[in-house]
Design a protein around this ligand. Structure first.
Ligand code: NAD
Length: 296
């Protein structure tokens, strides 16, 4: 039975994954190259647990117990040495992930399952740099992790059935709904989502409609909780661009070519909510959704 979970990368997704495992009684080791990022992650988890206490989802004692379940380290080798499951949630960059998987494979115990939270990078390619490709799997949580129910589980070419079964059962234990798919570019979630986001950006770029109109049509017409441009800002425009490139390269089909407007916005550092501006502008503390000056 899995009890000890190590999470590599303490950014947006890593802190959410740590939160959910810790809340469900697992011993979590959160690892990041950046010590400040680890401190930030604990502060965010604390705040998000407070929110759950405020909504009476958990008690104050459960919050304390969850925080006590998390330890942090900047040292990969010691951080994974007792892991039964290691989940990599570092920056979406193929070379970096290959390097990290080689490191985890060296340091983690023989029976440890190695999972990645990648949005789009091939599980099979990542597995191939390890000596245990049959124990490598995609465990794709959605953002924000404590709120979103879905876990997209991705079988690599060599992933063995027992490993998939363990990850399915574990996801259920976390209160999530697992869905198993195979390893092809973008898996299912992003293969379908990213072309829609790209098409929304093309519609804006070609002057078919404005930001508000595009998002309102998709929200009210298709009952999407947020429009595609707002969602792109939330995910991060750099992340959207890199996933589209994976789809374009992986399928060799020009229909996935990223819109030039998206390419330009990323080059200009307009990455969406995290940079303060994308299709909308995000002023600190403001809850109102304001269209960026550039698109008025
Ligand atoms: P992020 O930029 O918020 O965090 C990445 C973290 O990885 C940073 O804290 C960084 O310091 C750390 N890191 C970099 N190199 C490292 C190394 N060698 N060892 C340990 N830590 C290292 O990124 P994120 O948005 O949390 O995304 C993480 C992963 O999750 C990516 O693969 C991304 O595609 C995927 N994902 C993201 C979302 C989303 O909405 N943001 C949703 C689903 C999946």
């Amino acid at each position: 039975m899995i009890k000890n979970v190590s999470i590599i990368g303490a950014g947006t997704m890593g802190n959410g994954i740590a939160h959910v495992f810790a809340q469900n009684g697992f011993a979590v080791t959160l690892i990041d190259v950046n010590a400040i990022q680890l401190e930030k992650a604990i502060t965010i988890i604390d705040k998000n647990l407070d929110r759950q206490v405020g909504k009476e989802i958990i008690s104050e004692d459960q919050k304390k117990a969850a925080l006590a379940n998390i330890t942090t380290t900047t040292d990969m080798a010691s951080g994974v040495q007792n892991a039964q499951l290691a989940i990599e949630a570092a920056t979406e960059n193929t070379e970096l992930k290959l390097k990290i998987f080689k490191q985890i494979d060296e340091a983690a115990p023989a029976g440890c399952i190695l999972a990645t939270n990648t949005s789009s990078i091939s599980i099979t390619k990542i597995a191939a740099v390890t000596k245990r490709p049959e124990s490598v799997i995609g465990m794709h949580f959605m953002n924000p992790v404590p709120v979103m129910k879905l876990v997209e589980i991705i079988n690599g070419y060599a992933t063995k059935k027992e490993v998939t079964h363990t990850i399915i059962e574990l996801s259920k234990q976390l209160g999530k709904v697992p869905c198993v798919v195979n390893d092809y570019p973008g898996f299912i979630a992003n293969r379908i989502l990213m072309p829609m986001i790209n098409e929304a950006i093309y519609s804006l770029y070609e002057g078919v409609a404005g930001v508000t109109e595009i998002d309102t049509i998709m929200r009210l017409g298709m009952v999407h909780p947020m429009g595609p441009l707002q969602l792109a800002d939330f995910i991060g425009l750099d992340v959207c661009l890199s996933i589209l490139k994976v789809l374009q390269e992986g399928f060799g089909n020009p229909k996935y070519a990223p819109c030039p407007l998206l390419v330009n916005m990323v080059a200009a550092g307009k990455l969406g909510a995290k940079s303060g501006e994308g299709f909308y502008s995000y002023t600190l503390g403001s809850k109102e959704l304001l269209v960026s000056e550039r698109f008025k």
